[in-house]
Design a binder for this molecule. Structure first.
Ligand SMILES: [Zn+2]
Length: 309
């Protein structure tokens, strides 16, 4: 009898113990404030914890849905380079990691590009999904970013990008590093056309991403408490042998030290960027008018001279 009550009964109890239904489980999520948060409340609050205001990570589609007017946007098809050009294997094959990431995120790469309107202004917009191999930046991300900039140039519209990445994708090694210079050159092309480029740094933005295109915005905005930096604090601390100050590499800290311009809560991002873009575009319009007026004043005397002759 003893072995039945000691071993068999607990095992049977465990097997027949009521498991919460899948739907019941998925109604709640946890936050770093140690609170259970009702998923619906989190969704309604734009994925910001209603208790501690922590800005949770969002996917590219969720970002676009929050940002564009009437949740209306079109995703652009971006070029897909060869997958796994180096046949990279670490603890897993890179191709398997890609397969899992695609299945998990329903995205072809960490970067997605879309176009639509914010506050009535046509824009091209890009975003990174951290759930896709840490938002790491590889050849496909570079192609997506550059095609986004090309779309903005072709349609004469501003380019807004939401960064969220640990840096370049190590499984693509030097090919991933090359994307740093390619994206910087693309940003330069956009600037030559005098088109606004706004970067919103979300949690986290580090490594090669913060060392290239993510720091070249005309205006640098960050979401509250986002981690922004190049190397991690532990590496810096060990290298310089100093204790780092509190809040080091937080959005608020880097703003106070002149690295970024604004820290804006998610709910205010659309209006803030809308206002900034309308100012930039009016300035661009008036500059174009002045240029045209200058051309007219140059052409007029030429015409008069030719008439006199
Ligand atoms: Zn919280």
């Amino acid at each position: 009898m003893n072995w039945i009550s000691k071993f068999i009964k607990p095992k049977l109890k465990k097997i027949f113990k009521k498991q919460p239904a899948k739907d019941e489980k998925s109604l709640w999520t946890t936050c770093s404030c140690q609170e259970l948060v009702y998923k619906d409340d989190l969704l309604k609050n734009l994925h910001v914890c209603p208790k501690c205001e922590k800005h949770h990570k969002v996917s590219c589609r969720e970002r676009f849905k929050i940002f564009f007017d009437d949740e209306n946007y079109t995703v652009l098809t971006t070029p897909q380079p060869i997958e796994d050009p180096l046949n990279f294997v670490d603890t897993k094959k890179y191709t398997d990691r890609l397969k899992n990431a695609k299945k998990l995120t329903n995205q072809e790469d960490a970067v997605m590009i879309a176009h639509g309107k914010i506050n009535g202004i046509d824009i091209t917009c890009g975003a990174q999904n951290f759930a896709f191999i840490g938002g790491s930046f590889g050849a496909a991300s570079g192609e997506a970013f550059i095609s986004g900039i090309q779309h903005a140039i072709d349609h004469n519209m501003p380019f807004v990008f939401f960064s969220c990445s640990g840096g370049q994708r190590m499984m693509e090694s030097a090919i991933a590093l090359m994307q740093m210079s390619r994206t910087v050159l693309a940003v330069n092309e956009l600037k030559k056309k005098n088109l606004p480029y706004i970067v919103v740094l979300t949690n986290p933005t580090t490594g090669g991403v913060s060392a290239s295109w993510a720091m070249l915005g005309d205006i640098q905005i960050a979401e509250p408490e986002a981690t922004i930096g190049f190397a991690g604090p532990r590496v810096i601390q060990q290298t310089i042998g100093e204790t780092l100050p509190e809040g080091f590499q937080s959005a608020e800290y880097v703003k106070d030290h002149g690295w970024i311009d604004l820290v804006v809560p998610r709910k205010d991002l659309k209006d803030t960027i809308g206002v900034l873009l309308s100012i930039f575009l009016k300035k661009k319009e008036s500059e174009a008018k002045t240029e045209n007026a200058n051309i007219d004043t140059i052409e007029e005397p030429i015409q008069k001279t030719s008439e006199a002759i």
